[in-house]
Design a protein around this ligand. Structure first.
Ligand SMILES: *[C@@H]1O[C@H](CO)[C@@H](O)[C@H](O)[C@H]1NC(C)=O
Ligand SMILES: *[C@@H]1O[C@H](CO)[C@@H](O)[C@H](O)[C@H]1NC(C)=O
Length: 320
């Protein structure tokens, strides 16, 4: 008799230990582990530090005039006039809760650059939604742009709850996004299309080539695709802090992932419950009103397509 109750006790202890162990495992996966690395040398840090660059055109008071719940931060090149026009005509102006700002560097090609800069001055005056910085706007310099955006949020709009870095060729379902964020964590939160198995490309012809000297590791920590990711604004200052430990690489989204690793913050998946589909769709999808109501973003829209799709979506997304 007592043998069988002893056996039951053993089974109970083993089962409890398993539950505790797996809980610990799940928790460690959820919270991530802080990675300790030495700080950059002064020269390495200078390349990436927001102190190295300036905001030539700034909008320092926009968040004091109107305090948004969500900031939409859109990196664009100075010459992408049509893209800005499309964003302003669609998800970029969709109500009081969100505010859109464009971030650009300088055009390098003289003499077109000075003509462009003149028309830009007018655009900036008219819309007051452009922040221009004093580095050359190029793919290679996107990481600097992202850090300058983070620094801007931390200095000029810390009271917004969330910020989203989103490219201008993205369809953003702001209606769903705002509702989604009302139920999301307020701190240490970053979500998007999570990439867990990223690796550096060692082929020098690849657009994403990284030499072993630039990045010695053979895999990337989890990161969120740069097409569009959302974070709690207090993370902006933390990412700038963490950048003191992370050498600059041209892939801004991987760079943010490396900073998150320093901070011990893991990007969260955003999946739809029923279909387990990613709410941040980074493939190109054919427009379908009711499919798009159930997504947060969709990728790869030309300015004219965005304007066209939005006419239908903004009117009738509630009918689905
Ligand atoms: C943020 O909110 C606090 C308290 O509500 C206020 O004192 C502060 O001035 C605000 N900061 C900005 C930059 O608007
Ligand atoms: C990045 O910006 C700096 C500062 O303007 C410039 O010197 C450099 O050439 C740019 N890099 C690329 C690859 O465009």
């Amino acid at each position: 008799m007592w043998m069988s109750s002893l056996w039951r006790l053993v089974k109970f202890v083993v089962a409890s230990a398993l539950v505790v162990l797996s809980l610990q495992f799940i928790l460690s996966v959820l919270t991530g582990t802080r990675v300790r690395t030495p700080p950059l040398t002064a020269e390495e840090h200078r390349l990436i530090s927001p102190r190295t660059y300036e905001y030539l055109h700034n909008q320092p008071y926009v968040c004091q005039v109107r305090s948004p719940f969500l900031l939409l931060l859109v990196p664009v090149a100075p010459w992408e006039v049509a893209a800005r026009h499309a964003v302003r005509g669609t998800w970029g102006s969709s109500g009081e809760d969100a505010m859109t700002l464009f971030f650009m560097g300088l055009s390098a090609n003289e003499p077109q650059a000075s003509l462009l800069q003149q028309s830009l001055q007018k655009e900036i005056k008219r819309h007051r939604d452009v922040i221009q910085m004093n580095f050359v706007d190029s793919y290679q310099n996107l990481t600097i742009k992202t850090l300058m955006m983070m620094n801007w949020v931390a200095s000029h709009c810390p009271n917004a709850s969330y910020a989203m870095k989103v490219d201008a060729d993205i369809f953003v379902n702001v209606f769903y996004l705002l509702a989604y964020l009302r139920g999301s964590p307020r701190t240490s939160f970053i979500t998007g299309s999570v990439i867990r198995d990223g690796r550096p490309r060692r082929d020098p012809n690849s657009k994403w080539y990284l030499s072993e000297e630039q990045y010695p590791g053979d895999s990337f920590p989890p990161y969120v695709s740069g097409a569009g990711y959302v974070f709690s604004t207090e993370l902006a200052a933390q990412i700038v802090q963490a950048s003191r430990f992370v050498r600059v690489i041209p892939m801004e989204d991987v760079y943010v992932g490396l900073c998150l690793q320093v901070l011990g913050v893991r990007p969260m998946y955003a999946l739809s419950f029923l279909t387990l589909r990613n709410l941040f769709e980074i493939r190109k999808l054919e427009y379908d009103r009711c499919t798009f109501t159930r997504l947060l973003i969709a990728n790869n829209f030309r300015p004219s397509e965005l304007l066209q799709v939005w006419q239908d979506f903004s009117k009738s997304h509630a009918d689905c």
